[in-house]
Design a protein around this ligand. Structure first.
Ligand SMILES: [Zn+2]
Length: 338
């Protein structure tokens, strides 16, 4: 990282501009980090959006959250330090090819921005590509907090969470605040994603009580003023519920999300290419043997049906309605029908 510029915006909120050298001369990336300093009586929280660059629901939710936290701070109601990174991936945001933004994988290393995190002990990072230095920087920011929320979105999906299985109870609290439809639990210790990589660092320091989650905020095009406000409300509600912000709010939804193991959420692939016509919507309950979609492989001649192999709930669909042979068409959570 290069120089750090700190601007004081309100009494104690800071915007810190962390700079990251690009891999070629003459370019730098800037990571804007918003910090609210708490009184120390509540847990410290880190929230980032856009680790997959283009996933904007988290970014705009943070935008709507900031003025609420600034108001809380002005009234002395911030109890725990809060760190917000609305655009966590300035590297991925620069990747545009022929007008198509490509923000999920690093175009240089071909690695998913939410995979392959460097261990804390990694040395020689200054010699590594920008994507690796970015990951190390984000992890270092996040691991200082006691609660970490990594905001993503799917192609087309509901609000849902990924949490470690042993942290399901805290996941339920977050899920109720966010109005999540589903919580997927992961029993593995394999630190494949950002939240689990943070958890691995905490575990190494015997800080297993700390909580990290991936929050999926619907689909790529679900970026509206209403959803941004709703998600900012959910985040604010959660911050109040854990004591990071002092406020009095109505109780959150008592509707518990559906719980499923991450391996029970299965992607169904198509054996043939074509245009996708879905029969079902996100969150529909479906029966084993039910047709979920048709792939129009030869218009006027041949169709490929995508059939649910089990009872369950539709979790996600594709945003782009053209598939190639072997592409995933739909994700269904294996679950008894309600
Ligand atoms: Zn993502």
């Amino acid at each position: 990282m290069g120089f750090t510029q700190v601007r004081l915006v309100s009494h104690s909120m800071e915007i810190e501009n962390l700079t990251l050298d690009a891999d070629t001369p003459g370019q730098k990336y800037v990571l804007d980090v918003f910090r609210f300093h708490g009184s120390g009586s509540g847990p410290a929280v880190y929230v980032q959006g856009g680790l997959h660059s283009l996933e904007m629901p988290g970014t705009v939710a943070i935008d709507r959250l900031i003025p609420r936290l600034a108001a809380a701070e002005a009234e002395g109601r911030v109890a725990g330090d809060i760190t917000l990174v609305p655009h966590a991936n300035p590297v991925g945001l620069t990747q545009v090819v022929f007008g198509q933004p490509l923000g999920r994988f690093d175009a240089n290393t071909r690695v998913n921005f939410n995979r392959s995190f460097p261990p804390k002990s990694a040395s020689g990072l200054e010699t590594k590509p920008a994507s690796e230095r970015l990951k190390a920087t984000l992890l270092k920011l996040a691991e200082q907090a006691e609660v970490v929320l990594d905001l993503h979105c799917d192609d087309d999906g509901p609000v849902y969470l990924y949490v470690s299985e042993r942290q399901l109870e805290e996941g339920r609290r977050l899920g109720r605040s966010m109005g999540a439809q589903v919580i997927l639990t992961d029993a593995s210790d394999d630190p494949i994603s950002f939240d689990l990589a943070v958890g691995e660092r905490w575990a190494a320091d015997n800080r297993n009580e700390r909580f990290a989650a991936t929050v999926e905020l619907r689909g790529m095009i679900d970026v509206t003023p209403e959803f941004a406000e709703q998600d900012a409300n959910g985040l604010y509600h959660y911050l109040v519920s854990i004591g990071t912000v002092d406020d009095t709010l109505p109780a959150s939804s008592e509707v518990d999300p559906i719980i499923g193991d991450v391996d029970a959420a299965e992607l169904l692939a198509t054996p043939s290419s074509g245009a996708v016509l879905y029969d079902v919507e996100v969150c529909d309950w479906v029966k084993s043997g039910q047709r979920l979609a048709v792939v129009v492989s030869k218009p006027g001649a041949a169709h490929q049906e995508i059939i649910s192999p089990f009872d369950g709930q539709v979790m996600t669909r594709r945003e782009v309605r053209f598939v190639r042979k072997g592409d995933d068409v739909i994700k269904v959570l294996r679950h008894p029908l309600p």
